[in-house]
Design a protein around this ligand. Structure first.
Ligand code: FES
Length: 189
């Protein structure tokens, strides 16, 4: 199958190939369908903005092209924005590469999966290292346990989706979902 021009460009001159030596987030994912693997590493500043993104992949030209484009796009975004991008419909970002064969959507999805996994890993590490007075639940949006409890009580919230609408918690990488669920169970029991 002939690759469209832009896809070829990202394949033969892929951007951001490699590993970031002192990355704040690293994740590797693999496909059971085709055996491809991809590792994404991110540098994140104190404002939770991605200052660098790199990838190493063992897969086809489509995976390389999608990873090249994706790592370009996340630079300058917050980790929450990157997670939203990684969880958006795959075609919304690979459409920029021009014609993209339907049977290669899984290549772009694998790159997105690695990105979201890296953001989750970052969020978990920030949460674990948090030393503030109130427990931090959603690191993507800086939402504390107390804020979530108050929102649940005052709004009589029952679901994670309702909590997200009320205070943004859970609107990024979703690594805080199980914690929000626990708070919902405790407050509503
Ligand atoms: S920690 Fe990422 S959405 Fe809450």
């Amino acid at each position: 199958m002939q690759c469209p021009h832009l896809i070829n460009e990202h394949f033969f001159n892929p951007k951001n190939v490699g590993n970031i030596a002192e990355a704040q987030a690293v994740a590797t994912t693999g496909s059971l369908t085709c055996g491809a693997t991809i590792r994404i590493s991110l540098s994140v500043d104190e404002a939770q903005r991605i200052t660098d993104a790199k990838f190493k992949s063992a897969g086809c030209s489509y995976l390389v092209a999608a990873s090249s484009l994706l790592t370009e796009q996340v630079k300058g975004k917050t980790t929450a924005e990157a997670a939203v991008l990684g969880q958006s419909p795959t075609r919304s970002f690979i459409g920029q590469l021009g014609v993209w064969p339907m049977d290669r959507d899984h290549c772009a999805a694998l790159a997105c999966e690695a990105l979201v996994a890296a953001v989750k890993q970052y969020s978990n590490s920030v949460r674990e290292e948090w030393t503030g007075d109130e427990a931090l639940i959603c690191t993507c949006f800086g939402v504390s346990e107390r804020t979530i409890e108050n929102e649940i009580k005052t709004g009589r919230l029952l679901t994670i989706a309702e909590v997200t609408r009320a205070c943004n918690a859970g609107a990024g990488c979703r690594s805080c979902y199980s914690l929000i669920e626990d708070i919902l169970d405790t407050v509503n029991s």
